[in-house]
Write a protein that binds this ligand. Structure first.
Ligand code: AWU
Length: 463
């Protein structure tokens, strides 16, 4: 907005800490700032650097940060997520209340991550609406809501990988949604209480924003509109830095471990759609056995590839058992493999015309980025909503091909090599569908359904 634009309402944006949650909510914040809203983003000191690109492109009269303590001395437990959320509630609630009550023009609404269910109670205390930001899609959100709310109270289900067969809804259209049973994977010792309370709080929220678009998840967005107030469910995605915003893409989510320019120059020398990009998100590290089989497959397949190798960040994964490339592999594939150890400029890579396929764990942001790039996705879901996302890509949208499944499964390298070689074939049916879906994603955000929802959201916030 130019400085003359009259500014809109003041909104508090409160992302959850991890990359897959804070990155898309900051992308949405950029969209809201461009529509004239005044925004305070609540971050911890560790995440403040992620705000730099926004702070440097919007005036301080429109964008402010509110820096509160980062979870520390949180006992390293498997339920780190629940422990972090309890820390945030305990430490941030009083500080945020004090900030609200002493602010000359406090926010008129809170947009907070779906894991921050406690902000519902906070919002009612300061008498403003709380709107959920879901960094996962509507299908996944529906599955987890069903699991935690409609499913009989399964305190300790014997089989953790239990199948959900969705209720037959009277005169419902025969959508796959109602006819599929779906595996939903929960960590062995999931903090069931935490997830249930979080979902119950979310179900009482004023509204919900999905990083998704109508053409991608219409059935599930309509399902959510029946759960929430019809006119308070907004699908505004894919929220991504615009194509020409190269700076936004090169260091999105953190500075790239290799100069983005080097990666793109390497891609410039490859044929269109000939390269497979391999990345399992910001947190997932493969076991050494999985690395060995995947390395062997990449070698046997003959494809050109970029492989972003992650070190373990999650509790319970010890370095040495995870994330180690086989000896000699890098030399053996030096002519056609580009290895990135650390953070890859993922959006810039996917957008390059030389990339034809994306081997992904199906985190929702990666799914959207793959769709926006029009690439074929090879699915290897690892946990949480990733199985739901993989099912959507492969069985419903037909833009994906099953590759692996789960954190312990070690697929056979010869079969993987066959799929890899096939994934860069020009005439792959999945590629044609992926290119059609890419056009729909672009259309949604350039004046289509997502732009309309975004404008509608801003109008509601400015009321
Ligand atoms: P993504 O959603 O792909 O994966 P996670 O990091 O695993 O995050 C939730 O986010 C998902 O639904 C969950 O299943 C869980 C979580 N990135 C990058 O730029 N460089 C890298 O080297 C690695 C990642 C970016 C990537 C994407 C984000 C990862 C919502 O998956 O472009 O935007 O980090 O998010």
């Amino acid at each position: 907005t130019s400085s003359t634009t009259c500014l809109g309402a003041h909104i508090l944006v409160y992302p959850y800490l991890s990359s897959g949650h804070i990155i898309p909510l900051l992308d949405l914040t950029n969209c809201l700032l461009n529509r004239g809203l005044i925004i305070t983003v609540l971050v911890t000191a560790n995440n403040l650097p992620l705000l730099d690109p926004l702070l440097s492109s919007h005036p301080s009269s429109q964008l402010q940060s509110l820096v509160l303590p980062h979870p520390e001395n949180v006992p390293p437990s498997k339920n780190r997520l629940a422990a972090n959320i309890r820390f945030l509630r305990q430490v941030h609630y009083p500080l945020l209340l004090n900030w609200f009550q002493s602010h000359s023009s406090p926010p008129v609404a809170i947009i907070s991550d779906f894991f921050l269910g406690w902000t519902n109670e906070f919002a009612s205390q300061v008498a403003v609406p709380r709107i959920i930001f879901s960094p996962s899609g509507a299908f996944a959100f529906s599955v987890s809501t069903y699991l935690w709310r409609e499913q009989p109270q399964n305190d300790h289900p014997e089989d953790l990988n239990f199948s959900l067969s969705f209720p037959k809804v009277p005169n419902s259209p025969t959508y796959p949604w109602w006819q599929i049973s779906h595996l939903y994977r929960m960590p062995k010792d999931a903090d069931w209480e935490f997830f249930r309370n979080c979902n119950l709080a979310n179900s009482e929220s004023w509204g919900i924003i999905f990083n998704s678009f109508a053409e991608l998840e219409r059935v599930y967005l309509d399902h959510m509109k029946r759960k929430f107030q019809d006119d308070r469910v907004w699908a505004v995605g894919p929220v991504l830095p615009s194509d020409d915003d190269f700076k936004g893409a090169a260091n999105r989510g953190g500075s790239s471990s290799v100069p983005c320019h080097d990666v793109l120059t390497w891609l410039d020398s490859r044929k269109d759609q000939s390269v497979v990009y391999v990345c399992f998100g910001s947190r997932t590290a493969l076991t050494c056995k999985q690395m060995d089989e995947l390395a062997a497959a990449l070698e046997k397949s003959g494809v050109h590839f970029i492989w972003c190798v992650r070190q373990p960040v999650d509790q319970g994964q010890t370095a040495g058992d995870y994330g180690v490339l086989p000896d000699g592999f890098e030399d053996c594939v030096a002519d056609r493999g580009f290895i990135i150890k650390g953070w890859a400029p993922q959006v810039a890579i996917l957008r390059h015309h030389a990339v034809g396929a994306f081997l992904t764990h199906c985190g929702w942001n990666s799914v959207l980025e793959g769709i926006a790039a029009g690439v074929v996705m090879l699915t290897w879901p690892m946990g949480a909503d990733q199985f739901t996302n993989a099912q959507l890509l492969v069985d419903q949208l037909h833009v994906g091909i099953r590759f692996g499944e789960g954190t312990l499964n070690v697929p056979e390298s010869a079969e993987l090599a066959r799929i890899l070689a096939q994934s860069v074939a020009e005439t792959l049916p999945e590629r044609l569908k992926a290119q059609k879906l890419q056009e729909e994603a672009l259309g949604a955000t350039k004046g289509g359904s997502s732009s309309t929802d975004l404008d509608g959201l801003v109008r509601r916030l400015n009321k």
